[in-house]
Ligand binder design. Sequence first.
Ligand code: FAD
Length: 492
Amino acid sequence: MTDPLPAQPHETSQAAIDAFRAAIVGELGGDALLDDPDRMVPYLREWRDLFHGTTPFVLRPRNTGEVATIVRHAAANRVALVPQGGNTGLVGGQIPVTGGREVVVSLERMNGIVEVDARGNTMTVEAGAIVADIQAAALAEDRIFPVTLASQGSCRVGGLISTNAGGTGVLAYGNTRDQVLGLEVVLADGRIWNGLRGLRKDNTGYDLKHLFIGAEGTLGIVTRAVLKLAPKPYARDVALVGVDSPATALSLMARVRGAVGESLTAFELIPRIGLQFVLTYGHGARDPFTNGLPDWAVLIEASTFSPDRPMRDVLEAVLMAAYEDGTITDAVVSQSIAEAEDFWRLREQLSEVQGKAGGSIKHDVSVPVAAVPQFLQEGIEAALTVVPDARPVPFGHLGDGNIHFNFSQPEGGDKAAFLAKWEAVNAAVHAVVKRFNGSIAAEHGVGRLKREMLYTVRDDVELDMMRSIKAAFDPDNIMNPGRVLPTKPRGA
Ligand SMILES: Cc1cc2nc3c(=O)[nH]c(=O)nc-3n(C[C@H](O)[C@H](O)[C@H](O)COP(=O)(O)OP(=O)(O)OC[C@H]3O[C@@H](n4cnc5c(N)ncnc54)[C@H](O)[C@@H]3O)c2cc1C
């Protein structure tokens, strides 16, 4: 079996950093480099403040050629690079380690929309384009870019691709991987791979783009992408529905899908405590329920793709029937675009408001869709054996079996003491995930947070294949070292 890679490629000397810096300034000019400590702060910590680091300087290339120059000199001097997009990643992959000499390469200045091809339903973008800007550019051509997530105003498409982000549209449109037709990538030796093909069919050998999608910057730096666009729905109707349990939510999903078919574009689960958190700590949120806050809420979105068949009527009919036969306890269907946005706000603020309710221990897991209710029960029991008073706040993409399985600290409890149980709670929950044949990194990736956990869910054969790929693409381990792959031997 291939040996684990060290967290650092080697001890990068100050002399190597100085030589690297001089080469970059010589070729790209001082403007490409940022070393003012105050201006570097935003690149060195992420929004939850779980990861912070240090870097000799931040590099901000303006085009693919400049990225290639940076990587070529980094390879020559064996300097480790940390690609960064919008810095919204949740597993620490985009933050350099503390005390090390990893250099941050921010793609933020490469933020152009190169081309929108409405007839071919494709779009070519630079890696630093903000996802919300991509969505807006698609809409301007009566198309949508269907990856939708709460961080879309900040995250950039290179980060989206490198984490294979999911979000709320996966149910209907798939993950980011399903939206990528072609990529341009700067490889670890500084060569540029031009795979910017917008083809829907291409079986010419290995499909290399898929190696970079979800690689979290460990194999190369994504510089441009060709994305798929989808038709813009005529309308999107959103309902908030009260149910007594996740099992009922699941059977409701089958019922709604039976009625609206492929028009079901989101089905999100929210627990009562999550609604309470948003109403207490969120902004612009109001309680839309008429019968009091339900134990569990589901947010259902149905999109109308043909004006002849408005989904709103179908959705209302199926919810009315479910209310009358006692399956659901409450239901409100949005009456306007503004109200639909209000409903979505309740869902989208869930991650953010948890931070205001004290410390939280998080898991990003998936299990087979039909197993979600049983998983929730067993997972909560397992976590509560470690911290009996923790408050479960599981929410998320029920339609994909992907639950953000979070626990808030006991009310009035000590935050630090609670967070000290992070690993023990993770271990208890992940053991349950494993029993259900699920994933411990459903959509946020592995980064630095989960790399050693890979041993619990991947066997040596699979890890060996991953390490071989890394060694083939990045033999000197300069591309985001210490992310994704375990750095210690199994059992250490
Ligand atoms: C409030 C909130 C909600 C979120 N909701 C979701 C959600 O619903 N679904 C979901 O999947 N994620 C979600 N995320 C996580 C995060 O937003 C996504 O993973 C996002 O895709 C990261 O994009 P970014 O540009 O911020 O990447 P960064 O955080 O900058 O980087 C993420 C990783 O990609 C690498 N990387 C970045 N750019 C490049 C590049 N050009 N080439 C190579 N590697 C690169 C980095 O090194 C790092 O390993 C959420 C985050 C927040 C803060």
